[in-house]
Design a binder for this molecule. Structure first.
Ligand code: PMP
Length: 394
């Protein structure tokens, strides 16, 4: 069976991480990897998470299966964190999923089951795992223009124009906030226009919400998604807790279905549960139990919000500091967009050979599409990194 199997194409980001590990230079810098880093370059366990973990260790009485939906209290907490009061909860159904990727995958399989002819429209560019997971669910895909990398600008008109070709029943995949890889987000007027478009054309919005709290704040980051939820009859949401709770390896996420009426939500949810039952049966418990404990304990929740605010404020400060350093070094406003964008990523908009030069000459590792992890920038080396970049592109 395996004698004729060809190797799958190597994952570019993982390849870059390997190359970084083997680089002997002391001052090497990894701006490729997609995890938050603090000012020491570490990705520590949050204090609120550690406390919840200790409590869980003491209080947990069984490791029996958690059930196909997962932890119901976790689901309810996630629904209120994400949706607020934008939608009546009797029209919503939520299940725990193994990370944002797990939520995206099972919802994509649900689309494959209930609307196999739908085309899923996704942004160009988008998170590199969107396309493969949609293909795994055997869905048709098309991309809409989203971002002009060279000029650091959102292409909203181009996006809307492309979507005018979408057919009723098609699915519109959008990033809830902190767009990966561009950092360019929709404003509220644009979210409203998307809601109108979905209503007008009968499109199903599917929101990938992986960075809640990493942009402008918990409420601010959810505002666009909530506006959409308040207007459309149906919607899918894949939320991840990997970044905002720093529980990457625990695989914590939630899949949400909103339907026009409670009975439709329930019927669709039974289909989703039947998808998950066939794929992984039950979700992992540990990480979701921690998130549930943090969200239901007022003390732990306020500790978590402080830690989340610290992570966000660090990224905002790095954004403005790095944009300033690049302005000084390049004597131009070419990179000013970095300060206006949000979340963990931005694209520098430089050429692949320039990226190679920056790596070879300065040990700074950047992904081939010029995406950098803002949180990977050391606070005390902004000028040095800016100088290395500018000297390699001149
Ligand atoms: N969506 C986007 C846009 C992401 O950037 C990520 C993480 N890199 C995910 C989903 C999935 O996150 P996870 O599966 O680690 O929760």
């Amino acid at each position: 069976m395996f004698e004729n199997v060809q190797a799958a194409p190597a994952d570019k980001i993982l390849g870059l991480m390997m190359q970084f590990r083997e680089d002997p230079r002391d001052n090497k810098l990894d701006l490729g990897v997609g995890v938050y880093k603090d000012s020491h370059g570490d990705t520590p366990v949050l204090a609120a998470v550690k406390s919840a973990e200790l409590r869980l260790f003491d209080s947990q009485k069984t490791k029996a299966y958690v059930g196909v939906q997962g932890d119901k209290e976790f689901c309810a907490e996630m629904a209120s964190l994400v949706l607020g009061d934008s939608v009546s909860m009797d029209r919503a159904r939520i299940c725990q999923a193994p990370g944002g990727t797990g939520a995206l995958s099972i919802l994509s399989m649900l689309i494959g089951r209930t609307a196999p002819d739908a085309t899923v429209w996704l942004s160009d560019p988008t998170w590199p795992n969107h396309m493969p997971l949609l293909k795994n669910a055997r869905l048709k895909t098309q991309q809409y223009p989203y971002y002009d990398t060279k000029n650091g600008k959102l292409l909203f008109d181009g996006m809307m124009e492309a979507l005018s070709a979408a057919k009723p029943g098609d699915v519109l995949l959008v990033h809830g906030c902190c767009h990966n890889p561009t950092g360019a987000d929709l404003d509220l007027a644009q979210w409203a226009a998307i809601a109108d478009l979905c209503l007008e054309k009968g499109l199903l919005p599917f929101v990938d919400f992986a960075y809640l709290g990493f942009g402008d704040g918990l409420e601010e980051d959810a505002a666009g998604l909530r506006l959409l939820a308040s207007k459309v009859p149906e919607m899918l949401i894949a939320a991840s807790c990997s970044k905002n709770f720093g529980v990457y390896r625990e695989r914590v996420g939630a899949a949400m279905i909103i339907a026009a009426a409670p009975a439709q939500a329930e019927a669709t949810f039974t289909q989703l549960m039947s998808v998950t039952r066939a794929v992984y049966s039950m979700p992992p418990d540990h990480g979701a139990a921690i998130v549930r404990m943090v969200l239901t304990d007022p003390h732990l929740k306020s500790e978590w919000i402080t830690e989340l605010n610290d992570m966000r404020n660090r990224m905002l400060k790095l954004r403005s500091g790095f944009a300033e350093a690049l302005r000084r070094e390049s004597n131009s406003s070419r990179f000013d967009f970095i300060a206006d964008q949000r979340g963990m990523f931005s694209r520098l908009g430089i050429a692949p050979e320039e990226i190679d030069r920056i790596r070879a000459d300065h040990g700074i590792y950047i992904v081939g599409d010029s995406r950098i992890n803002i949180a990977g920038l050391p606070d005390n080396r902004l000028d040095e990194v800016a100088r290395a970049i500018v000297s390699s592109i001149e």
